[in-house]
Design a protein around this ligand. Structure first.
Ligand code: NAD
Length: 313
Protein backbone atom coordinates (compact mmCIF):
# COMPACT_ATOMS: atom_id res chain seq x y z
CA UNK A 1 0.00 0.00 0.00
CA UNK A 2 0.90 3.68 -0.29
CA UNK A 3 2.80 5.62 2.29
CA UNK A 4 0.40 7.72 4.19
CA UNK A 5 -2.67 7.41 6.30
CA UNK A 6 -6.02 9.10 5.84
CA UNK A 7 -8.41 9.79 8.73
CA UNK A 8 -12.16 9.72 8.12
CA UNK A 9 -14.24 11.32 10.88
CA UNK A 10 -17.89 10.18 10.81
CA UNK A 11 -18.79 6.75 9.42
CA UNK A 12 -22.17 7.40 7.77
CA UNK A 13 -22.95 7.30 4.07
CA UNK A 14 -20.27 9.80 3.02
CA UNK A 15 -17.59 8.58 5.45
CA UNK A 16 -17.97 5.05 4.10
CA UNK A 17 -17.72 6.26 0.51
CA UNK A 18 -14.52 8.23 1.20
CA UNK A 19 -13.06 5.20 3.00
CA UNK A 20 -13.63 2.97 -0.04
CA UNK A 21 -12.30 5.62 -2.42
CA UNK A 22 -9.05 6.12 -0.45
CA UNK A 23 -8.58 2.37 0.12
CA UNK A 24 -9.10 1.80 -3.61
CA UNK A 25 -6.26 4.24 -4.24
CA UNK A 26 -4.02 2.29 -1.84
CA UNK A 27 -4.13 4.48 1.27
CA UNK A 28 -4.42 3.25 4.82
CA UNK A 29 -7.71 4.56 6.19
CA UNK A 30 -8.78 4.93 9.81
CA UNK A 31 -12.46 5.53 10.33
CA UNK A 32 -13.82 7.14 13.49
CA UNK A 33 -17.32 7.69 14.87
CA UNK A 34 -18.77 8.64 18.25
CA UNK A 35 -21.43 5.95 17.81
CA UNK A 36 -19.72 2.55 18.26
CA UNK A 37 -22.61 0.53 16.84
CA UNK A 38 -22.62 2.71 13.75
CA UNK A 39 -18.85 2.30 13.42
CA UNK A 40 -19.18 -1.50 13.47
CA UNK A 41 -22.05 -1.36 10.96
CA UNK A 42 -19.93 0.88 8.73
CA UNK A 43 -17.00 -1.55 8.81
CA UNK A 44 -19.28 -4.47 7.88
CA UNK A 45 -20.96 -2.44 5.17
CA UNK A 46 -17.63 -1.33 3.63
CA UNK A 47 -16.50 -4.96 3.42
CA UNK A 48 -19.71 -6.21 1.79
CA UNK A 49 -20.00 -3.21 -0.53
CA UNK A 50 -16.42 -3.63 -1.79
CA UNK A 51 -17.13 -7.33 -2.42
CA UNK A 52 -20.35 -6.45 -4.23
CA UNK A 53 -18.54 -3.85 -6.36
CA UNK A 54 -15.89 -6.45 -7.20
CA UNK A 55 -18.55 -8.93 -8.38
CA UNK A 56 -20.25 -6.21 -10.43
CA UNK A 57 -17.00 -4.96 -11.96
CA UNK A 58 -17.20 -1.55 -10.28
CA UNK A 59 -14.26 -1.91 -7.87
CA UNK A 60 -11.69 0.87 -8.15
CA UNK A 61 -7.94 0.39 -8.27
CA UNK A 62 -5.85 -2.63 -9.13
CA UNK A 63 -6.15 -4.55 -5.88
CA UNK A 64 -8.88 -6.93 -4.70
CA UNK A 65 -11.81 -6.16 -2.41
CA UNK A 66 -10.12 -8.20 0.34
CA UNK A 67 -6.90 -6.19 -0.02
CA UNK A 68 -8.76 -2.87 -0.04
CA UNK A 69 -10.88 -3.82 2.95
CA UNK A 70 -7.71 -4.73 4.85
CA UNK A 71 -6.53 -1.11 4.49
CA UNK A 72 -9.58 0.18 6.40
CA UNK A 73 -9.41 0.11 10.18
CA UNK A 74 -11.64 1.72 12.79
CA UNK A 75 -10.87 3.62 15.96
CA UNK A 76 -12.99 4.67 18.90
CA UNK A 77 -10.62 7.54 19.66
CA UNK A 78 -10.43 10.70 17.59
CA UNK A 79 -6.80 11.38 18.51
CA UNK A 80 -5.82 7.82 17.55
CA UNK A 81 -7.73 8.24 14.27
CA UNK A 82 -5.87 11.46 13.46
CA UNK A 83 -2.48 10.33 14.71
CA UNK A 84 0.03 10.20 11.80
CA UNK A 85 -2.65 11.03 9.23
CA UNK A 86 -1.57 13.46 6.50
CA UNK A 87 -5.18 14.05 5.42
CA UNK A 88 -8.44 14.20 7.39
CA UNK A 89 -11.86 14.08 5.75
CA UNK A 90 -14.60 15.13 8.19
CA UNK A 91 -18.03 13.55 7.51
CA UNK A 92 -20.21 14.34 10.54
CA UNK A 93 -23.82 15.52 10.09
CA UNK A 94 -24.44 18.94 8.52
CA UNK A 95 -24.87 20.98 11.67
CA UNK A 96 -22.89 24.14 12.35
CA UNK A 97 -22.48 23.66 16.10
CA UNK A 98 -21.30 20.09 15.58
CA UNK A 99 -18.81 21.05 12.85
CA UNK A 100 -17.47 23.81 15.13
CA UNK A 101 -17.05 21.35 17.98
CA UNK A 102 -15.37 18.67 15.85
CA UNK A 103 -12.97 21.10 14.13
CA UNK A 104 -12.04 22.69 17.46
CA UNK A 105 -11.25 19.23 18.83
CA UNK A 106 -9.29 18.19 15.74
CA UNK A 107 -7.36 21.49 15.85
CA UNK A 108 -5.79 20.45 19.17
CA UNK A 109 -4.61 17.16 17.61
CA UNK A 110 -3.44 18.57 14.26
CA UNK A 111 0.07 19.58 13.23
CA UNK A 112 1.34 22.10 10.71
CA UNK A 113 1.36 19.57 7.85
CA UNK A 114 -2.02 17.94 8.43
CA UNK A 115 -4.76 18.78 5.91
CA UNK A 116 -8.28 18.95 7.39
CA UNK A 117 -11.13 18.89 4.87
CA UNK A 118 -14.86 18.97 5.54
CA UNK A 119 -17.45 17.16 3.40
CA UNK A 120 -19.94 19.94 4.20
CA UNK A 121 -22.61 20.46 1.53
CA UNK A 122 -23.68 23.96 2.53
CA UNK A 123 -21.60 25.29 5.40
CA UNK A 124 -18.46 27.22 4.48
CA UNK A 125 -15.17 26.51 6.27
CA UNK A 126 -14.94 30.09 7.58
CA UNK A 127 -18.09 29.39 9.64
CA UNK A 128 -16.43 26.64 11.69
CA UNK A 129 -12.65 27.18 11.53
CA UNK A 130 -12.32 30.83 12.59
CA UNK A 131 -9.82 31.36 15.38
CA UNK A 132 -8.35 27.87 15.18
CA UNK A 133 -4.57 27.37 15.31
CA UNK A 134 -4.46 25.32 12.11
CA UNK A 135 -7.20 27.19 10.24
CA UNK A 136 -4.94 27.73 7.22
CA UNK A 137 -4.90 23.92 6.75
CA UNK A 138 -8.72 23.68 6.70
CA UNK A 139 -11.14 23.82 3.77
CA UNK A 140 -14.28 22.27 2.36
CA UNK A 141 -13.97 19.29 0.00
CA UNK A 142 -17.60 18.66 -0.96
CA UNK A 143 -18.37 15.30 -2.61
CA UNK A 144 -21.51 14.45 -4.59
CA UNK A 145 -23.69 11.50 -3.65
CA UNK A 146 -22.72 8.72 -4.35
CA UNK A 147 -19.06 9.84 -4.43
CA UNK A 148 -17.80 6.39 -5.44
CA UNK A 149 -19.54 6.89 -8.80
CA UNK A 150 -19.87 10.67 -9.14
CA UNK A 151 -16.30 11.94 -9.03
CA UNK A 152 -16.83 15.71 -8.68
CA UNK A 153 -15.39 17.29 -5.52
CA UNK A 154 -15.87 21.01 -4.86
CA UNK A 155 -12.84 22.50 -3.10
CA UNK A 156 -13.82 25.66 -1.25
CA UNK A 157 -11.13 27.48 0.74
CA UNK A 158 -11.87 29.85 3.60
CA UNK A 159 -10.27 33.31 3.26
CA UNK A 160 -7.41 32.06 5.46
CA UNK A 161 -6.83 28.71 3.76
CA UNK A 162 -3.29 28.27 2.45
CA UNK A 163 -3.51 28.37 -1.37
CA UNK A 164 -0.65 25.95 -1.81
CA UNK A 165 -2.52 23.47 0.38
CA UNK A 166 -5.61 23.78 -1.84
CA UNK A 167 -3.42 22.86 -4.80
CA UNK A 168 -2.13 19.83 -2.90
CA UNK A 169 -5.69 18.68 -2.13
CA UNK A 170 -6.60 19.12 -5.78
CA UNK A 171 -3.69 16.89 -6.80
CA UNK A 172 -4.65 14.33 -4.14
CA UNK A 173 -8.26 14.24 -5.38
CA UNK A 174 -7.08 13.63 -8.93
CA UNK A 175 -4.71 10.92 -7.77
CA UNK A 176 -7.49 9.00 -5.99
CA UNK A 177 -9.72 9.17 -9.07
CA UNK A 178 -12.01 12.05 -8.09
CA UNK A 179 -12.57 15.12 -10.24
CA UNK A 180 -11.86 18.32 -8.26
CA UNK A 181 -12.88 21.88 -9.01
CA UNK A 182 -11.53 24.86 -7.07
CA UNK A 183 -13.60 27.87 -6.05
CA UNK A 184 -11.42 30.94 -5.59
CA UNK A 185 -13.48 32.09 -2.62
CA UNK A 186 -16.45 31.01 -0.55
CA UNK A 187 -19.87 31.28 -2.16
CA UNK A 188 -23.16 29.93 -0.81
CA UNK A 189 -24.21 26.83 -2.73
CA UNK A 190 -20.67 26.42 -4.04
CA UNK A 191 -20.95 25.76 -7.83
CA UNK A 192 -22.99 22.59 -8.29
CA UNK A 193 -26.00 23.71 -6.28
CA UNK A 194 -26.07 27.09 -8.00
CA UNK A 195 -26.47 25.30 -11.33
CA UNK A 196 -28.78 22.68 -9.83
CA UNK A 197 -31.07 25.29 -8.27
CA UNK A 198 -31.30 27.18 -11.57
CA UNK A 199 -32.46 23.92 -13.21
CA UNK A 200 -34.93 23.19 -10.39
CA UNK A 201 -36.32 26.73 -10.56
CA UNK A 202 -37.20 26.53 -14.23
CA UNK A 203 -38.57 22.99 -13.79
CA UNK A 204 -40.78 24.29 -10.97
CA UNK A 205 -41.94 27.28 -13.00
CA UNK A 206 -42.83 25.17 -16.03
CA UNK A 207 -44.73 22.67 -13.90
CA UNK A 208 -46.59 25.40 -12.02
CA UNK A 209 -47.72 27.01 -15.23
CA UNK A 210 -49.09 23.65 -16.43
CA UNK A 211 -46.86 23.63 -19.50
CA UNK A 212 -45.93 19.95 -19.33
CA UNK A 213 -45.97 16.97 -16.99
CA UNK A 214 -43.37 16.33 -14.27
CA UNK A 215 -42.27 13.21 -16.11
CA UNK A 216 -41.71 15.14 -19.32
CA UNK A 217 -39.82 17.92 -17.52
CA UNK A 218 -37.42 15.36 -16.05
CA UNK A 219 -37.10 13.73 -19.47
CA UNK A 220 -35.68 17.01 -20.82
CA UNK A 221 -32.70 16.28 -18.59
CA UNK A 222 -32.26 12.50 -18.63
CA UNK A 223 -32.89 12.07 -22.35
CA UNK A 224 -31.73 15.52 -23.42
CA UNK A 225 -29.39 17.85 -21.60
CA UNK A 226 -28.05 15.16 -19.27
CA UNK A 227 -26.48 13.13 -22.08
CA UNK A 228 -24.67 16.20 -23.32
CA UNK A 229 -23.72 17.33 -19.82
CA UNK A 230 -22.07 13.99 -19.08
CA UNK A 231 -19.28 15.16 -21.39
CA UNK A 232 -19.50 18.90 -22.03
CA UNK A 233 -20.93 21.66 -19.88
CA UNK A 234 -23.11 24.65 -20.75
CA UNK A 235 -20.16 26.84 -21.73
CA UNK A 236 -18.51 24.33 -24.05
CA UNK A 237 -21.95 23.67 -25.52
CA UNK A 238 -22.04 27.32 -26.58
CA UNK A 239 -18.53 27.08 -27.96
CA UNK A 240 -19.31 24.00 -30.08
CA UNK A 241 -22.79 25.01 -31.22
CA UNK A 242 -21.41 27.94 -33.19
CA UNK A 243 -18.06 28.93 -34.49
CA UNK A 244 -16.77 29.51 -30.96
CA UNK A 245 -18.50 31.05 -27.98
CA UNK A 246 -18.09 34.64 -29.15
CA UNK A 247 -19.88 33.74 -32.39
CA UNK A 248 -22.55 31.92 -30.34
CA UNK A 249 -23.20 35.06 -28.32
CA UNK A 250 -23.42 37.18 -31.43
CA UNK A 251 -25.96 34.82 -32.95
CA UNK A 252 -28.02 33.66 -30.00
CA UNK A 253 -27.64 36.11 -27.10
CA UNK A 254 -30.71 38.09 -28.05
CA UNK A 255 -32.85 34.99 -28.50
CA UNK A 256 -31.71 33.61 -25.14
CA UNK A 257 -32.32 36.97 -23.50
CA UNK A 258 -35.86 37.09 -24.88
CA UNK A 259 -36.64 33.58 -23.63
CA UNK A 260 -35.43 34.54 -20.16
CA UNK A 261 -37.30 37.86 -20.17
CA UNK A 262 -40.54 36.20 -21.29
CA UNK A 263 -40.46 33.10 -19.13
CA UNK A 264 -38.21 33.43 -16.09
CA UNK A 265 -39.79 34.48 -12.84
CA UNK A 266 -38.09 36.64 -10.26
CA UNK A 267 -35.93 34.67 -7.89
CA UNK A 268 -35.90 33.28 -5.30
CA UNK A 269 -38.34 30.55 -6.16
CA UNK A 270 -39.92 29.14 -3.02
CA UNK A 271 -40.89 25.53 -3.45
CA UNK A 272 -44.58 25.68 -2.49
CA UNK A 273 -46.29 22.69 -0.92
CA UNK A 274 -49.19 22.77 -3.37
CA UNK A 275 -46.97 22.26 -6.41
CA UNK A 276 -44.87 19.70 -4.54
CA UNK A 277 -47.99 17.65 -3.72
CA UNK A 278 -49.11 17.72 -7.35
CA UNK A 279 -45.73 16.46 -8.58
CA UNK A 280 -45.71 13.83 -5.85
CA UNK A 281 -49.18 12.70 -6.89
CA UNK A 282 -47.93 12.30 -10.46
CA UNK A 283 -44.82 10.42 -9.26
CA UNK A 284 -46.93 8.17 -7.02
CA UNK A 285 -48.00 6.17 -10.09
CA UNK A 286 -44.47 4.99 -10.76
CA UNK A 287 -42.52 5.94 -7.62
CA UNK A 288 -44.73 5.80 -4.50
CA UNK A 289 -42.96 6.77 -1.29
CA UNK A 290 -42.66 3.15 -0.16
CA UNK A 291 -40.74 2.29 -3.36
CA UNK A 292 -38.09 5.03 -3.12
CA UNK A 293 -35.40 2.71 -1.75
CA UNK A 294 -35.86 0.45 -4.78
CA UNK A 295 -35.72 3.42 -7.10
CA UNK A 296 -32.50 4.66 -5.41
CA UNK A 297 -30.86 1.27 -6.05
CA UNK A 298 -32.03 1.50 -9.64
CA UNK A 299 -30.42 4.97 -9.87
CA UNK A 300 -27.16 3.90 -8.20
CA UNK A 301 -26.83 0.92 -10.55
CA UNK A 302 -27.16 3.23 -13.54
CA UNK A 303 -24.71 5.74 -12.09
CA UNK A 304 -22.25 2.88 -11.53
CA UNK A 305 -22.63 1.66 -15.11
CA UNK A 306 -22.29 5.10 -16.63
CA UNK A 307 -19.24 5.94 -14.53
CA UNK A 308 -17.64 2.67 -15.66
CA UNK A 309 -18.46 3.43 -19.30
CA UNK A 310 -17.19 6.99 -19.01
CA UNK A 311 -13.76 5.75 -17.92
CA UNK A 312 -13.45 3.74 -21.14
CA UNK A 313 -14.33 6.63 -23.47
P1 NAD B 1 -24.72 10.52 8.07
O1 NAD B 1 -25.75 10.95 9.01
O2 NAD B 1 -24.97 9.34 7.17
O3 NAD B 1 -23.36 10.19 8.88
C1 NAD B 1 -22.84 11.03 9.87
C2 NAD B 1 -22.05 10.19 10.86
O4 NAD B 1 -21.35 11.06 11.76
C3 NAD B 1 -22.92 9.27 11.72
O5 NAD B 1 -22.42 7.95 11.64
C4 NAD B 1 -22.76 9.84 13.13
O6 NAD B 1 -22.78 8.84 14.15
C5 NAD B 1 -21.39 10.47 13.05
N1 NAD B 1 -21.12 11.49 14.06
C6 NAD B 1 -21.97 12.31 14.71
N2 NAD B 1 -21.29 13.12 15.54
C7 NAD B 1 -19.98 12.80 15.43
C8 NAD B 1 -18.78 13.29 16.01
N3 NAD B 1 -18.80 14.27 16.91
N4 NAD B 1 -17.62 12.72 15.66
C9 NAD B 1 -17.59 11.72 14.75
N5 NAD B 1 -18.68 11.23 14.15
C10 NAD B 1 -19.86 11.77 14.48
O7 NAD B 1 -24.35 11.81 7.20
P2 NAD B 1 -23.74 11.85 5.72
O8 NAD B 1 -24.84 11.80 4.72
O9 NAD B 1 -22.62 10.87 5.61
O10 NAD B 1 -23.16 13.36 5.67
C11 NAD B 1 -21.93 13.74 6.26
C12 NAD B 1 -21.50 15.08 5.70
O11 NAD B 1 -21.35 14.98 4.29
C13 NAD B 1 -22.49 16.22 5.95
O12 NAD B 1 -21.79 17.42 6.14
C14 NAD B 1 -23.25 16.27 4.64
O13 NAD B 1 -23.81 17.54 4.37
C15 NAD B 1 -22.15 15.96 3.66
N6 NAD B 1 -22.62 15.45 2.37
C16 NAD B 1 -23.67 14.58 2.30
C17 NAD B 1 -24.12 14.13 1.06
C18 NAD B 1 -25.29 13.19 0.96
O14 NAD B 1 -25.92 13.12 -0.09
N7 NAD B 1 -25.60 12.43 1.99
C19 NAD B 1 -23.48 14.55 -0.11
C20 NAD B 1 -22.37 15.40 -0.01
C21 NAD B 1 -21.95 15.85 1.24
Amino acid sequence: SKQGKVAIVGSGLIGQNWSMIFAGAGYHVTLYDTDMDQLMRAKTSIKSTLEQYERDGYLRGKTTAVQQNALVSTSSSLSECLSDAFYVQECVPENLELKKKVFKEMDTMANKDMILASSSSCLCASMFTEGLTHKSNMLVAHPINPPYFIPLVELVPAPWTNQELVTRVRTLMEEIGQSPITLRRESLGFALNRIQYAAINESWNMYQSGLLSAEDIDRVCHDGLGLRYAFIGPLETMHLNANGIADYCERYAEGAYNVQKETFKPVPVMYDVETAMKVQEEFSQTMPLDKLAERRSWRDKRLAEISKLKKTL
